[in-house]
Design a protein around this ligand. Structure first.
Ligand SMILES: C[S@@+](CC[C@H](N)C(=O)[O-])C[C@H]1O[C@@H](n2cnc3c(N)ncnc32)[C@H](O)[C@@H]1O
Length: 371
């Protein structure tokens, strides 16, 4: 991965190399688990109605599994409903980018040398590739899922975002930057096309009647999951622009290639022919919701500002660092500069904890492969 005129380049159809590995994402992804937990009833509904009466293994695939803590817990839940309904073997697949750190996933699939899924009918595998490509054989998958991942775009829709580091723009309260409406629309269009492409690829892999559960962070009428968090990262990066450690040009080229969709924006490609996926799926259920954020709750109860600032910053460091680092020039100091930026974020948050309130809005849809 390297920084170029168009921004950092990563593997095919991706705009990040993945989360911070070595156990860091696993240790800092409790909010994502809370967001998954809220849609487990949708997962149960899907698993309980899978067509499992054809020969061969039943296949469950999770796309964007990262280091696997949450992905394995999802599979556990799916297997709990599925196994009593069938005596067929089950193939579980955890998939993420080829640059993802899969090492903890493999270890956690065999804790203490024993398979984590306690059944001799379950066989686990991992697949590296972009979820915007077909990764599994035609008509081989019964249930496909993705959690907190499809917000990461397949490509950078614009070369620069001169006034802010995130396409949805700053919170109204903080207003510490700007995103031109034309730019925001380019991201919104890319986000819809990405869902359309994801649906097309999964439609090939799923058997008719197979289920697809798509869940991701997003926005509603009152809030967006980017508010507060990216205001803080933006302020931290700008502090280092002011110190002369990051050029204005580098700042203008750097942005996180992620878009916060509304539920309408997530669901539109299922029926709108513009995105090439209309007619492939029927909609079973949709949901827009907000979850309680563990580090907010803890801070409310114990008032421990040091811990709050560390947990909050580690939470977003886990999913922003690869892109931030890739956007900075490849100098010997780059790693240390990244450290200093996140340290600055901790200092800013401790100095002004009320300035960067974070809320986690999520959206989801459960679909059935038509045909
Ligand atoms: C925030 S993590 C979510 C991990 C896990 N699903 C969870 O909910 O905790 C997002 C994951 O999406 C992956 N990702 C981003 N772009 C991707 C792409 N184009 N194809 C596959 N995975 C991608 C990242 O590598 C990362 O592991």
């Amino acid at each position: 991965m390297s920084a170029s005129e168009d921004g950092p380049t990563f593997s095919t159809h991706s705009t990040t190399s993945g989360m911070v590995g070595g156990g860091f994402y696993n240790a800092n992804s409790s909010p994502q688990w809370n967001a998954i937990e809220a849609v487990l009833p949708m997962l149960d509904k899907a698993t309980n109605s899978l067509p499992v009466d054809c020969p061969g293994p039943v296949c469950l695939a999770d796309f964007g599994c990262s280091e696997g803590r949450n992905s394995i817990a999802v599979m556990q839940r799916a297997l709990t409903s599925l196994l009593p309904h069938t005596d067929r073997p089950v193939q579980t697949i955890h998939s993420d980018l080829p640059t993802n750190d899969f090492s903890k996933l493999f270890l956690n699939l065999q804790p203490g040398g024993k398979p984590v899924f306690e059944s001799d009918r379950v066989y686990s595998a991992a697949v590296g590739g972009s979820m915007y490509d077909q990764l599994l054989p035609d008509r081989s998958v019964h249930l496909a899922t993705t959690f907190n991942a499809i917000g990461f775009l397949s490509r950078r829709p614009v070369k620069t975002l001169p006034g802010y580091i995130f396409p949805n723009g700053p919170s109204k309260e903080r207003a510490n930057g700007f995103v031109a409406e034309e730019d925001r629309k380019a991201f919104a269009a890319q986000a819809k096309q990405d869902v359309g492409t994801f649906l097309q690829k999964r439609a090939r892999e799923l058997i008719p009647g197979g289920k697809l559960l798509v869940q991701v962070f997003g926005a509603n009428e009152t809030a967006s999951t980017c508010n507060g968090l990216y205001d803080l990262l933006n302020d931290a990066v700008l502090a280092h622009v002011d110190l002369g450690e990051i050029s204005r040009e580098t700042y203008e080229r750097y942005y996180q290639p992620v878009y916060m969709r509304t539920l309408d924006e997530l669901v539109a490609p299922v029926t709108d022919e513009t995105y090439g996926a209309n007619g492939l799926f029927d909609i079973d259920q949709t949901k827009s919701y907000e979850i309680a954020v563990p580090f907010n709750e803890r801070f409310q109860s114990d008032g421990d500002l040091d811990r709050y600032a560390r947990d909050y910053v580690n939470f977003f460091r886990a999913f922003t660092e690869a892109v931030l680092s890739g956007a900075l020039p490849e100098t010997p100091d780059r790693g240390k500069l990244v450290e200093r930026i996140y340290d600055t974020a901790v200092d800013l948050l401790k100095a002004h904890p009320d300035r960067y309130p974070f809320r986690y809005i999520a959206i989801a849809m459960l679909l059935t492969r038509a045909g």
